[in-house]
Write a protein that binds this ligand. Structure first.
Ligand SMILES: Nc1ncnc2c1ncn2[C@@H]1O[C@H](COP(=O)(O)OP(=O)(O)OP(=O)(O)O)[C@@H](O)[C@H]1O
Length: 219
């Protein structure tokens, strides 16, 4: 589904922060991405979301070499990938409900077909009472949960989550992990970058570890 072969990445003329990174995310897999702060976890996720380009190596997504992918095909590819970035990227002029429903609206679905599902998902992530609030009035943890709900609502082929439990208490962290596991059970390949070892241990999924620019797989 997503394959990296000897991928290297640097910012501008800086040093290579990822070196000879090779791995494969199979359909329906669940992995964690760990490593010290500054190791390159976010940079790796950006490569997978096609927000950055590698400086060398091969990346294929859904069987396509991203180096030769026509620009016009990028939006379709990105729609198959749900992302939770650390800065959330919610739209401030839309309500929480509208933000979360947006991927379904973009797919051209009628609101009648998804209204109940979106409300149920919002209740599940503890935002049942905040559906009509706009992002500037949400707490950090509420924004994070809204961003997670938006990323999972359309059951993407791949979910990439960067520190998805960084702003919530341990109980909510466990609840969100159950959501990711359920999504994974329904067929989504899930990759969660985290510093939260309790989360990694609770799920017992394999770990992609980045250190010194190199990636190793454990489990
Ligand atoms: N836009 C950028 N321009 C230049 N250097 C960058 C840029 N973004 C990140 N870096 C550098 O690349 C390295 C990897 O950063 P990255 O954010 O990928 O690490 P991380 O593992 O996600 O860290 P954290 O756990 O703290 O979020 C760091 O040394 C960082 O300073």
């Amino acid at each position: 589904m997503i394959r990296f072969e000897n991928v290297g990445m640097r910012y501008g003329m800086g040093p290579e922060i990822l070196r000879d990174v090779s791995f494969h995310l199979a359909p329906g897999s669940l992995h964690f991405l760990t490593g010290p702060s500054g190791a390159g976890k976010t940079s790796l996720l950006k490569l997978m979301f096609l927000a950055s380009r590698p400086s060398r190596g091969l990346i294929t997504m859904f069987g396509r070499d991203i180096a030769t992918l026509p620009r016009a095909e990028l939006p379709d590819l990105r729609r198959r990938v749900g992302v939770v970035f650390q800065e959330f990227r919610l739209l401030d002029h839309l309500t929480t409900y509208e933000n979360v429903a947006l991927p379904l609206k973009i797919q051209g679905r009628s609101e009648d077909s998804y209204r109940a599902d979106v409300k149920e998902l919002l209740a599940w992530v503890g935002l049942g009472e905040r559906m009509t609030a706009k992002p500037p009035t949400l707490s950090g943890g509420e924004k994070q949960r809204a961003a997670i709900a938006r990323a999972v609502v359309a059951q993407p082929d791949v979910l990439l989550a960067d520190e998805p439990t960084g702003n919530v208490d341990p109980e909510m962290g466990k609840r969100l992990l159950r959501l990711f596991i359920e999504l994974n059970r329904l067929g989504t390949s899930v990759l969660i970058a985290t510093h939260d070892h309790a989360l990694v241990e609770a799920a017992g999924a394999p770990e992609l570890m980045i250190n010194g620019g190199r990636l190793t797989v454990r489990g």
